[in-house]
Design a protein around this ligand. Structure first.
Ligand code: CP
Ligand code: NVA
Length: 309
């Protein structure tokens, strides 16, 4: 049997219709297994016989555990590999690694720095490749965010999402989602920390940028932030100082809609990008968001393997 060749490197690889399909599937699967022990497979075990290799060139808790449990719940086999102990870590080319893994496993999830590496793996291998975070984007995270927002009773089209802080990989995928699914994204970033203009130019349908945190959160349905120092970036005092006015505080949340939700992909730094009062407060849905990484991953995997849509 030939494995279908669907990659999930960015949200546009799937497009709005397939994303909607995956989100609906995630909602259904989550409901269908409610009450089951977490290690029990879903009744249909649709990935029985398939193996996913996961390669981590950066640290991870949520992505690692959610993909691992997603494969188990779908009846498949997860294989976690630390890049540092692979020949990849000694300089074996990504393209050779892709060819070898394509002969032995059914799909690969790669977390890395340079986005070009996931692209090379997709171009040179012959199995589905999933982006588990690059310096450019984090599409799997945003699938969980979308699922969380829907579960909390909000319909995506027409919403206003407010981003505060660093113009990073997570913001890029939110901007892309806004363009594909019809919600607006206003990012408040300090000068010098804007999202990548080349990326935003490709997905600017519903995106705007401001320097004013109040303008971003005004009438916002969703308020979202992330660490000010992403993995691989130097810890710079100047950056932290520039970010401070963009901290998500109770006062800032009060300027958003009264029923606004607070999202954070985690890991979080209380007292930096968000106060403890907000992230541990009533508008925060971060634990649902983290759990939904698992449910969203399952639908992403099914789509990649050609078993959905
Ligand atoms: N949000 C997220 O990707 O978390 P991890 O870095 O723990 O995988
Ligand atoms: N922007 C963060 C996200 C971590 C999940 C990083 O790249 O480190």
């Amino acid at each position: 049997m030939t494995t279908p060749h669907r990659h999930f490197l960015n949200l546009s690889d799937a497009g709005g219709d397939a994303i909607a399909l995956m989100l609906n599937d995630a909602i259904d699967r989550k409901a269908a297994r409610r009450g089951l022990p977490k290690g029990t497979p879903d009744a249909d075990a649709p990935l029985a016989g398939r193996t996913l290799a996961m390669i981590f060139e950066k640290n991870s808790t949520r992505t690692r555990v959610s993909f691992d449990m997603a494969m188990r719940q779908l009846g498949g086999t997860p294989m976690v590999m630390d890049a540092g102990s692979m020949q990849l870590g000694r300089g074996e080319p990504i393209s050779d690694t892709a060819q070898v893994l394509s002969r032995m496993v059914d799909g690969v999830m790669l977390r890395t720095d340079d986005h070009a590496k996931v692209v090379t793996m997709a171009e040179t291998g012959s199995i589905p490749i999933i982006n588990g975070l690059t310096d450019l984007s984090h599409p799997c995270q945003i699938m969980a965010d979308l699922l969380t927002v829907i579960e909390h009773g909000k319909s995506l089209p027409g919403l206003k999402w407010a981003w505060l802080g660093d113009g990073n990989n997570v913001l890029h995928s939110i901007i892309e989602a806004g363009a594909l699914l019809g919600f607006s994204v206003m990012a408040a970033c300090p000068e010098g920390y804007d999202p990548d203009p080349d990326f935003t130019a490709q997905h600017d349908a519903n995106f705007s940028l401001t320097r004013d945190p109040l303008e971003a959160v005004k009438d916002a349905d969703i308020v979202v932030t992330d660490t000010w120092i992403s993995m691989g970036q130097a810890h710079a005092e100047a950056k932290l100082a520039a970010m401070m006015p963009y901290q998500v505080t109770t006062a800032l949340m009060a300027k958003a809609k009264p029923d606004a939700l607070f999202l954070h992909c985690l890991p979080a730094h209380r007292g930096e990008e968000v106060t403890a009062e907000v992230i541990d407060g009533p508008q925060s849905v971060i634990w649902d968001e983290a759990e939904n990484r698992l449910h969203a991953q399952k639908s992403i995997l099914l789509w990649c393997f050609g078993l959905l849509g």
